[in-house]
Write a protein that binds this ligand. Structure first.
Ligand SMILES: *Cc1c(COP(=O)(O)O)cnc(C)c1O
Length: 389
């Protein structure tokens, strides 16, 4: 558990991205937080140590990352985990058998897999609703509801939840609002400002930004929740290694710069696709044609680099993805390099076909993670690939 430095408070986001949670190494003055690649720490005497006993509980490299991301989100405590799913699994250990959760029906495919195939066996109960309409969240609340869990924008359909409305509904029911902020990142959306209680990320994606590790992070701003999460983190132990924490910390230093570049390219790619295919086939909250564009403008400071399109059939999706030369066909997202994926067979293959069809993840859906390459090359790549479709 790492409290952010008070002297971070007055600084703007880009300054905090570079500096928050870090200070020169007290031993050498090294400007970068060292990689504390250690499992344990020498103790001065029995019952006397420097606050570090065993690296499952605490590691200084990991703590620097936790303070940094907590500062960016406007939270007070961060907890790093070995993956985004590991982070969410540890969050769910705050709850107990019989507790009920209202969840967005369109989330990252691994999230309902964790809930419906593992956590239900421990007596947790989940209802899935279309969170675009806050009334549906309210209607699904029961006396046993302990949290509303949403992702906004959603993967891969780019649907939005009104976070302020969701927080109000959750809090009136005595429940928490838990938000997966992986897609927007704190550069474009800070859920705590809208009333969220717990924010989590797959740090594998934009926070790290270079596709070279897997990780997760949870941020809170309540001391009691923080104490319980620190206990779970240490007791259940889903922690990242120091090298992976160090890589994310290197990534967050340029988060604001990268997000601006993803956003600029994302807008261009979405506009190009919209011209080519018709606005109704392109899912990007930055397009005026997006049904929740007005909410996006209110809730987000930018729209990022995730764009999905419906090309109609699996055959067309196959020809398109096969013809791209700059976009690489791969799962994952949020790296500097442009990727393309076919959600129905890749990221959302674990979602039952019937649910996929109901929420709109068809065989013709293609998702782009627009990187930070030169936009002219990305558009030329799309032009070339679509010519053959
Ligand atoms: C990737 C992803 C996750 C899962 O994170 P991992 O680091 O892969 O375990 C959760 N939510 C969203 C939105 C994601 O994109």
């Amino acid at each position: 558990m790492s409290r952010i430095f008070d002297d971070d408070a007055p600084f703007a986001l880009g300054t905090r991205a570079v500096h928050a949670g870090q200070r020169p190494d007290p031993t050498t003055g090294a400007i970068m937080v060292p990689l504390y690649q250690t499992s344990t720490y020498a103790q001065e005497g029995i019952g006397r140590n420097k606050g570090y006993e065993y690296a499952r509980g605490k590691n200084p490299t990991r703590e620097a990352l936790e303070r940094n991301v907590a500062s960016l989100e406007g939270g007070t405590h961060g907890f790093a985990f070995g993956s985004g799913m590991g982070a969410l699994d540890s969050v769910m250990k705050l709850f107990k058998s019989g507790d009920h959760f209202v969840c967005a029906e369109n989330m990252y495919g691994g999230t309902p897999r964790l809930f419906d195939r593992i956590l239900v066996n421990f007596g947790l109960q989940f209802s899935y609703v279309d969170c675009r309409d806050p009334q549906r969240i309210a209607d699904a609340i029961t006396p046993a509801t302990r949290a509303v869990i949403v992702e906004t924008p959603t993967n891969p359909l780019m649907r939005l939840t009104d976070l302020g409305a969701a927080a109000g509904i959750a809090h009136r029911a005595g429940a928490l609002l838990i938000v997966d902020n992986t897609f927007a990142t704190p550069v474009f959306q800070r859920p705590f400002e809208h009333g969220a209680d717990i924010v989590y990320h797959s740090s594998t994606k934009y926070l790290n930004g270079h596709s070279d590790m897997v990780g997760g992070i949870v941020i809170v701003r309540d001391d009691t929740l923080a104490e319980r999460l620190q206990f779970i983190l240490n007791a259940a132990g889903a922690v990242p290694g120091p090298m992976d924490a160090w890589l994310v910390l290197r990534g967050t230093k340029t988060l604001h710069l990268r997000m601006a570049a993803h956003d600029a390219n994302g807008r261009k790619v979405a506009a190009w696709l919209s011209n080519r295919l018709g606005a109704e086939r392109v899912f990007y909250p930055g397009l005026e044609s997006h049904p929740q564009h007005e909410l996006a403008c209110r809730q987000m400071a930018g729209f990022g680099g995730m764009v999905s399109v419906d090309v109609g059939t699996r055959d067309k999706a196959e020809r398109l993805t096969g013809a791209l030369r700059v976009f690489t066909l791969a799962e994952s997202l949020g790296g500097v390099e442009s990727l393309v994926c076919h959600p129905a067979t890749m990221t959302h293959a674990s979602v039952p076909e019937e649910r996929r069809a109901r929420i709109g993840i068809g065989d013709g859906l293609v998702r782009f993670s627009v990187g930070v390459e030169d936009a002219s090359d990305l558009l030329a790549d799309l032009e070339g690939a679509f010519r053959g479709v």
